[in-house]
Design a protein around this ligand. Structure first.
Ligand SMILES: C[S@@+](CC[C@H](N)C(=O)[O-])C[C@H]1O[C@@H](n2cnc3c(N)ncnc32)[C@H](O)[C@@H]1O
Length: 234
């Protein structure tokens, strides 16, 4: 689906959101919005436990980690904090996630300010050197949606067009990308991410409650997993 750019696709918007959420957290301890609700967090954690059970050998990166809810839930489910990393381009999102982490004794989870579309992703301490082809699992909950609402370039391309290839280059061969979206359907996600130049292929999906409207049925959110091919298939 083609979206008109909206304020949700701007850094100014997210800076303002997290400035307010950080102030609220400091004042009343409110950790902020859980995008798509607790159920989507639980389902993404369950998928991860089934497909990549906790191990110190893992490396997991959330793209656009916001207040850090998903990474905290993984740590609570038994994943070592040392394997968990979040990036967000909004500095106050990172300040908020670090402030929440401090109250939960989860300071070893790494949170960094990073524009996923434009900068190199910081590595975990255990990853010597490059972040390319280095991650076992990339997570996205609402970030591709936000990026899809960004201003189009002169050729009319959304900033989201760059996203699949940038994600794929960070993933280990055999690694996974698990995304939850409300703006893109499962089929749209499959078309965007399993294009041949990314080396990604559809792996599985998470079932969400469905609704029916006007004779059509669908889910409010879609969660789809992709896997990077282990080797080039001719
Ligand atoms: C809908 S929020 C979701 C936050 C978090 N994943 C969650 O579920 O609570 C989208 C997030 O993406 C971040 N974001 C948007 N574009 C980004 C980019 N280019 N690089 C890094 N983070 C980005 C925003 O700052 C915001 O935290």
């Amino acid at each position: 689906m083609a979206f008109q750019p909206s304020k949700l696709g701007t850094k100014e918007h997210w800076d303002k959101v997290y400035e307010e959420e950080l102030a609220n957290f400091k004042e009343i301890g409110d950790e902020g919005e859980i995008w798509f609700g607790e159920e989507s967090v639980d389902k993404m954690v369950e998928w991860t436990e089934e497909n990549l059970p906790p191990s110190d050998d893992l490396s997991i990166l959330e793209i656009g980690s916001g207040n850090g809810t998903l990474l905290f839930a993984l740590a609570e489910a038994g994943y070592s904090q040392k394997v968990l990393s979040g990036i967000d381009y909004s500095p106050d999102a990172v300040n908020l996630s670090q402030a929440i982490a401090a109250t939960r004794e989860m300071n070893t989870i790494q949170f960094n300010v990073c524009n996923f579309l434009a900068e190199d992703t910081p590595t975990l301490p255990k990853m010597a050197g490059s972040t390319l082809e280095a991650w076992d699992l990339l997570l996205d909950k609402g970030t591709y949606d936000a990026i899809g609402l960004g201003v189009k370039d002169d050729e009319g391309k959304s900033p989201a067009a760059k996203y699949p290839a940038r994600a794929a280059r960070l993933m280990k061969p055999g690694g996974f990308f698990l995304i939850t979206s409300c703006n893109f359907t499962e089929d749209e996600l499959k078309t965007a991410f399993s294009a041949c130049d990314t080396g990604l292929q559809y792996h599985s999906r998470i079932q969400h409650p469905t609704f029916s409207y006007g004779g059509k049925s669908g889910s409010i959110v879609s969660t789809v997993a992709f896997q990077k091919k282990s080797q080039i298939q001719m």
